[in-house]
Design a protein around this ligand. Structure first.
Ligand SMILES: Cc1cc2nc3c(=O)[nH]c(=O)nc-3n(C[C@H](O)[C@H](O)[C@H](O)COP(=O)(O)OP(=O)(O)OC[C@H]3O[C@@H](n4cnc5c(N)ncnc54)[C@H](O)[C@@H]3O)c2cc1C
Length: 414
C-alpha cells in the first residue's frame, strides 16, 4: 500500500492510544504497539503536512553499528539490536540500503587512546567485525584517505531513512491504525481516565499518549506536567556535497575520532544510497527549532535557548568547539579543510552546498548534554525526551523498549 506523503484525514475524536509525532520514532512505536495490541485503537497525530519532515528526513543516512556508546547504555544496546532489525526490515521491504562499512581515522598521535577506547566500546557492545588498521590498511580501504591508524567497522551501512519512514507508516495503516497530518498538538489536559489533546483539527481524547516530538519534546512534556529539565537545544547540522566528478574520493563512510566532550561524531564523509557523497554536519546552536535556513530565528525558540542556564554552562565549557563550528557554518572552505585532514586531496572547488538538519539535543539545567536516550512519564503519558543519533538506526529496537514501558504503565486492550 502506497502511503501518500500528506494524510489529510480527520483525526480520531477518541482512541485508546495517541502517538504524537510522525517521525521514525513515533511511527515505529505506533507500529510496534498495534502489532502487540491489535484490538487497541491507535492514532498518530503529526503537526506537519508530511511525515518525517524533521530529523527523520534530514540526517546522514548512516545505519550505525553501535561503536561509540557507553557499554550498558540504552544507546549501546538498542543501536546494536536496532541495526540488526533494520537490516532485516529493509531487506524484507525492498528499501534501499547497503552494508558498505565505515572507517574511523586518527590523524594525530593524541587521538590514538580515544581510537582504542572506541574499539574497546565497540567490542563490549557486540559490534561484529571491528578491526584496527594501520596507514596502509586505511589506504587499502579508502585509497584517497590518509591517517596514522584507523578502526574499520564492516557492519556499518547506509539506508534511505525517508523510505523507512514511509514503510513504517504503511505498516501502521495496514494494521488498522490511523495517521493524521497537519495536526499539531497544542494543549494536553488530564481529564477523568483520559487525556484531551487539543490540536489544529479539533481534539482527540486518548486513554494514553506517547509523545515522540523530537525538537519540541520538552514543550509537550511540560504541557503535560513534566519537569522542564532537560530542555531541547536545537543544533543545526549543515552538509556540503561532492560534485559528481569527485565522488570517487570516498568509497563508503569516513569518520574522524570524535571530540569526547561532545555527543556528536564530528565532520564525516558519507556516501548515500543515491550515490551522493556528503560532508558534514556542522554543529551550530540554532535560532529556531526548524532553522533549515541558517538565518531563520524564532523569538520563542531563541528565548527558550538563551533563558536556559544549561546553554551558558555548555558555552562556557565548549567555547573553543563553538568558535570552530561558527567558522564551519560561515565558511564552507573551513568545513572542507576539516574533512581534508583525512582526505587531503579535497579542494573547495569539489563541493556544493547541500541540506541541513536540526538535532534535538537534550540539555540539562546544569549544562550536561544528555547522552543516552531518555524516556519520562506523566499521568497517562510517556515522553521521549532525548532521541538523537543513533535513534534512526535504533528505531525498531527503541520502539520495542518504549512499548515495554507503555505496557508497564498503561492499560491497553489485548
Ligand atoms: C543532522 C543529523 C544527522 C543525523 N544522522 C543520523 C544517522 O546517520 N543515523 C542515525 O541513526 N541517526 C541520525 N540522526 C538522528 C536521527 O535522525 C533522529 O534521532 C531520529 O530521526 C529521531 O526521530 P524522531 O521521530 O524522534 O524525531 P523527528 O523525526 O524530528 O520527528 C518528530 C516529529 O514530531 C512532530 N511534532 C513536533 N511537535 C508536534 C506537535 N506539537 N504535535 C504533533 N506533532 C509534533 C514533528 O513535526 C516531527 O515530525 C541524525 C540527526 C540529524 C539532525
Amino acid at each position: 500500500m502506497a502511503v501518500p506523503d500528506s494524510l489529510h484525514v480527520a483525526a480520531r475524536e477518541s482512541c485508546d492510544l495517541a502517538i504524537v509525532g510522525g517521525g521514525l520514532i513515533g511511527l515505529a512505536v505506533a507500529r510496534e504497539l498495534i502489532r502487540r495490541h491489535p484490538t487497541a485503537s491507535v492514532c498518530v497525530l503529526e503537526r506537519e503536512e508530511e511525515l518525517g519532515t524533521h530529523q527523520s528526513g534530514h540526517n546522514s543516512g548512516v545505519l550505525h553499528a553501535g561503536i561509540y556508546y557507553a557499554p550498558g547504555s540504552l544507546k549501546a544496546r538498542l543501536c546494536v539490536d536496532g541495526a540488526r532489525a533494520l537490516y532485516r526490515y529493509c531487506a524484507e521491504r525492498g528499501i534501499a540500503h547497503g552494508r558498505c562499512g565505515k572507517l574511523i581515522i586518527a590523524t594525530r598521535a593524541s587521538e590514538l587512546p580515544l581510537l582504542r577506547e572506541l574499539e574497546r566500546r565497540g567490542i563490549a557492545n557486540g559490534v561484529e567485525g571491528l578491526r584496527s588498521v594501520d596507514s596502509a590498511g586505511i589506504e587499502a580501504l579508502e585509497p584517497h584517505a590518509r591517517g596514522i591508524a584507523g578502526l574499520h567497522s564492516p557492519a556499518t551501512g547506509i539506508v534511505d531513512f525517508r523510505a523507512v519512514t514511509r514503510a513504517y507508516a504503511e505498516d501502521v495503516l495496514a494494521l488498522g491504525g490511523s495517521i493524521a497530518t497537519g495536526c499539531g498538538v497544542e494543549r494536553v489536559q488530564l481529564a477523568a481516565r483520559r487525556l484531551r489533546l487539543t490540536h489544529r483539527r479539533g481534539s482527540t481524547e486518548a486513554r494514553h499518549a506517547i509523545f515522540c516530538t523530537g525538537a519540541w519534546s520538552d514543550r509537550l512534556a511540560v504541557a503535560a506536567g513534566a519537569d522542564p529539565d532537560p530542555r531541547i537545544l536545537p543544533v543545526r547540522g549543515a552538509y556540503l556535497r561532492l560534485v559528481p566528478e569527485r565522488r570517487d574520493l570516498v568509497r563508503s563512510l569516513i569518520y574522524p575520532v570524535p571530540d569526547p566532550s561532545l555527543p556528536f561524531l564530528g565532520v564525516h564523509l558519507t556516501r548515500r544510497v543515491d550515490g551522493e557523497v556528503m560532508i558534514g554536519p556542522t554543529a551550530l546552536i540554532a535560532g529556531a527549532r526548524d532553522a533549515y535556513r541558517l538565518r531563520r530565528v524564532r523569538g520563542r525558540d531563541l528565548l527558550d535557548t538563551l533563558a536556559w542556564p544549561g546553554t551558558w554552562r555548555v558555552l562556557a565549557r565548549s567555547w573553543r568547539a563553538g568558535v570552530a563550528e561558527l567558522r564551519h557554518a560561515a565558511q564552507p572552505s573551513s568545513l572542507v579543510r576539516a574533512a581534508a585532514r583525512y582526505v587531503p586531496e579535497l579542494r573547495d572547488a569539489d563541493v556544493l552546498p547541500a541540506f541541513a538538519g536540526i538535532r534535538a539535543q537534550a540539555l540539562g539545567r546544569d549544562g550536561h548534554l544528555v547522552d543516552d536516550f531518555v524516556l519520562s512519564a506523566t499521568p497517562r503519558a510517556l515522553h521521549v525526551r532525548n532521541a538523537p543519533s543513533p535513534a534512526a538506526t535504533s528505531s525498531l529496537a527503541l520502539a520495542r523498549h518504549i512499548a515495554d514501558e507503555a505496557e508497564r504503565a498503561f492499560e491497553l486492550p489485548a
